[in-house]
Design a protein around this ligand. Sequence first.
Ligand SMILES: [Zn+2]
Length: 219
Amino acid sequence: MGCSSVPKGSGISQSKGSVKNGELVNGRRFPYKGANYKYFSPLSFALFNRAWVHSKVLDISLEAYKKCEKTCPKRKFLLMECSEKNGGRPWPHRTHQNGTSIDFATPLLKNGKIYHFDHHYGIWHYAMKFDKNGKLASNKKVEIDFETMAKHILALEKAARKRGMYIKKVILKVNLKDEFFKTPSGKKVKAKGIYFVRSLPEIVDDVHDDHYHVDFAWL
Ligand SMILES: [Zn+2]
């Protein structure tokens, strides 16, 4: 795998088509890890080759993580699937096809303290289940840190706007949204008008608890 700490890829990135039917040209691959984040699965990174995005989306994400070093000290973030090197459909995702979609693991707390144990789950992270209050189904002491999640989203939006892009859509399990928007930073996300999908087919809704999906687009 060559646990590189620098991005891979060169040339002018192009996201063609849509997230549902598209391709990625001259993308960038995230470094496997940075100061306060890492990619969730060596298998997904090296074999499935799914840590690729448009160069601007890479820059946005890295700047947001940098910002979170200050706003969320001690928090380590987990980056999940992005796009494949040349885009196209990465089964079972329907989208993630042109280098503008990223899945971010929901940051967790245990007994109110930063909790990173989920960073060891690899691809099984996607199988984690949370109740409607954001508590882990198998251990209610573990819960989603909605405030940190909102700070991260605000940092992504800011970094995106600097580059002529914005967050077009966030997908989070619909019954978790009220918990998210209750937090101080969640209220700021709402005030900025960042769009969260309002209703989802059950099969899509069900999986967006351990992670939130973000689509970026050009202004
Ligand atoms: Zn996704």
